[in-house]
Write a protein that binds this ligand. Sequence first.
Ligand SMILES: C[S@@+](CC[C@H](N)C(=O)[O-])C[C@H]1O[C@@H](n2cnc3c(N)ncnc32)[C@H](O)[C@@H]1O
Length: 231
Amino acid sequence: MRGWMIPPPQPPTKSWQEFEEERAAKVRWLIERGFLKSERIKQALLKVPREDFIPRLYGDYAYLEVPLPLPGEHATISCPHSYPLFYEPLGLDEGHRFLEIGSGSGYGAAVAREVVGSGGLVVSVEIDPLTLEFARRNLEKAGYRDIVLVQGDGGLGHPESSPYDRMAAAAACVEIPPPLIEQLCIGGRLIVPVIEGDRQNLTLFEKGVEGIQRRVICEVLYVSLRGPYGV
Ligand SMILES: C[S@@+](CC[C@H](N)C(=O)[O-])C[C@H]1O[C@@H](n2cnc3c(N)ncnc32)[C@H](O)[C@@H]1O
């Protein structure tokens, strides 16, 4: 069976210091396993307290390699390794204008905000209003007030803030939504799990003057994009 074993909900027991130690250990693990290479992404992962983006009864599991449930329909925060898995091939860097499809907990947007810095921009689109409200509260509490949060179908992008240098979709689609390609600048990159038969391939797209190049990174397992571009 393909899937994840979600641990049972339990009242939180861990201290701030334990979380800090787990976060540092997770970053070392990500480097050892080859997921994490860039210094900016490393610093962002060390800085953002993942435990503050997780529902209280799952908080103790913040640094386990499992997706955890969030308020909303089929919403989850992705496993810790997913963030460098997406952001490293994207080459997410200082000054980028970044679009995230699927805000979930808000954690991915916070990490991206740290990476792109004050000269960049993070826009995050979430289709589920309950999930978006959860992300909004988490981001506000963590002090991220300049991330643009949008409720809607991320397959349509967010033309108001386009063009984007980088895009990441944390939900799987059958075909790349054309609005996303339109809103990507030349030289821009998009990473997304693409459903091919009974598999999902995490695929990197790069937009050049002569068209789109694509490269499969690895097999993954994500919730499907809701709306016309999912299943
Ligand atoms: C794996 S979760 C995202 C995890 C998130 N990046 C985080 O850091 O917590 C996928 C999210 O995509 C959202 N989603 C699904 N279809 C969508 C769509 N068409 N537009 C925007 N969000 C969508 C789901 O509601 C869910 O919250």
